[in-house]
Design a binder for this molecule. Structure first.
Ligand SMILES: Nc1ncnc2c1ncn2[C@@H]1O[C@H](COP(=O)(O)OP(=O)(O)OP(=O)(O)O)[C@@H](O)[C@H]1O
Ligand SMILES: [Mg+2]
Length: 347
């Protein structure tokens, strides 16, 4: 069994003390008296044992006092609070404190990394918001200046510019609403109102709602036969409607404008449904695919389409699905199309 630090030091100390005593005894007796080995043989074990126990006790107390300060500094009130696994494996106080401090420093390192990431993320987030707001604000400024510079009296210009101004204001309102929504979802303020509803009927309703927009983009939306009328889900219906609208909206915006087909299907998946929204659009480059759920993220391909999105839709969708403790994933091939799949609890 390995010795603890205090026992180790006590042992060395006892050996040295006994040795010193023996040498002094021998010198004294050789100088002044006739040397008698018997008392020496009796005293040696006594001194050894005495020195060992006293040293062990003192060192043990000393080390414990010092360790207390270390434990307090790293936030553990008592050495006894050290993780039990460590105590079982190691008998040496110093070895335990070594492991505890090491673990503590690793935790701190991780915390610092997380804080750094958060700080970088905040900077990026603020940059993105101001960037997204700048475009409509500068547009409005441009339209108003043109109107003030005489455009107001020009019948051809004034109405058109006012309509454009309204569009930019709507863009800003939509952005602020999306930000509010994300803030709510992240702070956990949003309470889901779960209910049992017919998934087929809800999807049909959303398709009817989006059909016009799809037609304007030369796109049709098809409800696949795998989604049958008996499918009932348990979830927050309003939120799931929002999810399906967002996914269809993307499938239209980034769809195939020469003849887009959006297919919505649904499969039984253990105790869940797997709902899929598939398009035959521009697709997402493989290197960008893992980022599409990030706030404000937009691929270069979609930016070039000038659809006016802010990159918040999928972040909201992911929040909603995860709030239901379900999952969402994406498969895509550039130039061929994209499929978003999410799960829902069966009722
Ligand atoms: N069906 C899709 N096909 C191709 N790319 C997509 C598709 N859906 C999303 N993306 C990519 O993911 C990005 C993020 O999508 P998201 O819905 O979050 O934002 P957005 O549509 O650009 O803006 P918003 O939804 O806030 O109006 C899109 O800009 C686009 O680059
Ligand atoms: Mg979107």
């Amino acid at each position: 069994m390995p010795l603890s630090a205090s026992k180790h030091i006590a042992l060395i100390n006892a050996v040295l003390t006994t040795l010193l005593f023996s040498i002094v005894y021998i010198i004294l007796f050789l100088s002044f008296f006739t040397f008698k080995p018997l008392p020496l043989l009796v005293f040696i074990p006594l001194i050894f044992v005495f020195a060992y126990f006293i040293s062990n006790l003192l060192f043990d107390q000393y080390i414990k006092e010092k360790l207390k300060v270390i434990y307090k500094t790293i936030g553990l009130l008592k050495p006894e609070n050290a993780p039990p696994l460590l105590k079982k494996r190691k008998t040496d106080e110093l070895e335990i404190v070594n492991s505890v401090v090491l673990k503590w420093s690793e935790e701190k390192k991780k915390e610092i990394e997380e804080l750094k990431e958060l700080a970088a993320y905040r900077r990026e987030f603020l940059g993105n918001i101001s960037h997204e707001l700048k475009t409509p604000i500068f547009n409005i400024q441009g339209y108003v200046l043109t109107l003030l510079d005489g455009g107001l009296d020009d019948k051809l210009v004034n109405e058109k510019f006012l309509q454009k101004t309204e569009k930019s204001i709507n863009r800003m309102i939509a952005l602020v609403e999306e930000l509010e929504e994300i803030a709510k979802l992240e702070s956990g303020e949003l309470v889901l109102k779960e209910e049992v509803f017919n998934l087929h009927d809800l999807t049909r309703e959303v398709i009817d709602f989006m059909e016009m927009k799809a037609a304007n983009h030369n796109t049709i939306i098809v409800l696949h036969s795998s989604m049958n009328r008996s499918m009932k889900a348990r979830a927050d219906k309003k939120r799931i409607r929002q999810v399906i609208i967002n996914l269809i909206d993307n499938a239209i915006k980034y769809g195939n404008q020469k003849g887009g087909v959006i297919r919505i299907s649904c499969y039984n998946f253990h105790d869940n449904y797997l709902v899929e929204v598939q398009d035959n659009g521009i697709g997402i480059p493989e290197e960008n695919i893992h980022r599409v759920f990030e706030r404000f993220y937009r691929t270069e391909l979609s930016r070039s389409r000038d659809t006016g999105g802010s990159g918040l839709g999928l972040a909201i969708v992911k929040h909603i699905i995860e709030a239901h403790r379900q999952t969402i994933s994406v498969r895509s091939k550039e130039g061929e199309g994209t499929t978003f799949s999410f799960t829902l609890k069966m009722a």
